[in-house]
Design a protein around this ligand. Structure first.
Ligand SMILES: *Cc1c(COP(=O)(O)O)cnc(C)c1O
Length: 419
């Protein structure tokens, strides 16, 4: 059974102050998880997590992570501006973008962010844009093909398709890129790769690390470049379904350490720092979408209408993502009703759950939609004139704090030109 970090009485009290729907984040959960990650990689003195801002771009969340020692990973101008305004300093910002406009490279360089180049042509584009190649610079690698892990009768534990992904440079390009950047004055080099998304396996990071460590050894021999950091990017997942097993970050950290000791240390590369750019793993379980049942409809199916919709959380609508639902106060009642849980958009995909077995839902019940803390509010939009909800932080001391107000119609109209 999936646990909620608030009980019904607490949630009703919060809902009395803030109308549903809203996002609720668990500060204590976020902090403890960040500490587990940092402890898992404490063996590597240069380790740093650069939180993928796109997952949860809220200044108060970023500040909590900053206090826990994290930096930010940005991929757009706005995310760079947000990191700067939240107090992240140059070295604490990673800029991992693709299809990058000149003004974004300019701001990244001005802030002193570490720039991660997605394409070989970006070396000269960057030089022409800012006038130089930074002393410390990184390239994104894409090995192509299909990436798999852990084959069993049920299939692969992890399977993703880098060969089909728009990101990164080929093996040949990365050698050429390093040589070119060295010619242009770069002194510290990094390697980055993102091979699989939302992995539920303690083996993903260690397998990726081994690939990147071996590449680092080859590149050092081939180009003489000083490789000082390796960025394992995002992709460590969370169990959206109650029957799935969560990753154990301590085991993952040890797996990466083993690869480090087997590959980098013998090559005399014990000064390499490990970076991560986790988004989902850092936030998804520590944020929920809270909504109220407002409507029941009995036609060819049983529908429960709620006051949130896909504009608040689009993952179920766009890729059929599973998000567990708890009917507050009915945690121990039998799941003997089959429902579609729907929002109000004029789109039939606006369903948080299809044919989901749940306890009997009554109008007025509070529903918690789990694991929405990453790629949740962030992916919100305003279709049908449905507006983005508030975000609320349940603070470590048990009090709540509004960390983003709900949009009002004037926000929606603010960019319109009326005459
Ligand atoms: C989205 C993204 C991440 C974070 O991915 P998660 O799956 O949320 O961990 C990290 N790095 C880059 C470059 C990304 O685009």
């Amino acid at each position: 059974m999936k646990k909620t970090f608030v009980n019904k009485a607490q949630l009703e009290a919060i809902a009395a102050d803030y109308p549903t729907p809203f996002y609720l984040y668990d500060e204590q959960g976020i902090r403890e998880n960040a500490r587990r990650l940092n402890a898992a990689f404490a063996w590597n003195p240069g380790f740093k997590e650069y939180f993928a801002v796109k997952a949860t771009p809220n200044p108060q969340i970023l500040k909590i992570l900053h206090e826990e020692g994290c930096g930010t990973d940005c991929s757009s101008l706005t995310e760079l501006i947000m990191s700067d305004r939240c107090g992240f300093k140059g070295g604490e910002i990673m800029f991992s973008s693709n299809d990058t406009p000149a003004e974004e490279f300019k701001l990244a360089a001005e802030l002193g962010a570490t720039i991660n180049l997605d394409d070989i042509t970006h070396i000269d584009f960057l030089k022409d844009t800012i006038g130089y190649i930074p002393k410390k610079v990184c390239c994104r690698y894409n090995p192509g093909g299909v990436f798999t892990l852990g084959e069993s009768k049920e299939g692969f534990q992890v399977m993703d398709n880098p060969g089909d992904a728009k990101y990164g440079m080929t093996r040949e390009q990365i050698s050429e890129a390093y040589k070119r950047m060295k010619e242009l004055g770069a002194e510290e080099f990094g390697i980055h790769a993102f091979l699989a998304s939302n992995t539920l396996s303690n083996d993903y990071y260690p397998a990726l690390a081994r690939i990147l460590f071996q590449l680092a050894v080859e590149l050092k021999e081939e180009t003489g470049c000083h490789i000082t950091f390796i960025n394992l990017s995002g992709g460590v997942g969370v169990p959206y379904k109650p029957e799935q097993t969560e990753n154990d970050i301590a085991v993952i950290g040890e797996g990466v350490r083993k690869a480090y000791e087997e590959v980098l240390i013998p090559a005399g590369m014990g000064d390499v720092s490990i970076c991560t750019e986790l988004g989902r793993f850092m936030l998804a379980p520590y944020g929920v979408l809270v909504t109220r049942a407002t409507h029941e409809k009995h036609t060819y199916k049983e529908y429960i209408g709620v006051d949130a919709c896909a504009a608040n959380l689009m993952r179920p609508a766009i890729y059929g993502a599973y998000h567990h639902i708890t009917v507050m106060g009915k945690e121990n009642e039998p799941c003997d009703h089959k429902y579609d849980v729907t929002g109000a958009l004029c789109e039939n995909c606006d369903k948080f759950a299809v044919d989901r077995m749940l306890p009997k839902i009554d109008k007025g019940d509070l529903l918690v939609i789990h694991d929405a803390g990453a790629h949740g509010h962030a992916m919100g939009y305003q279709y049908n004139g449905r507006l983005r909800s508030a975000e609320i932080l349940l603070q470590s001391d048990g009090s709540t704090r509004l960390i983003r107000r709900a949009e009002v119609p004037e926000d929606y109209f603010a960019t319109a030109i009326w005459d």
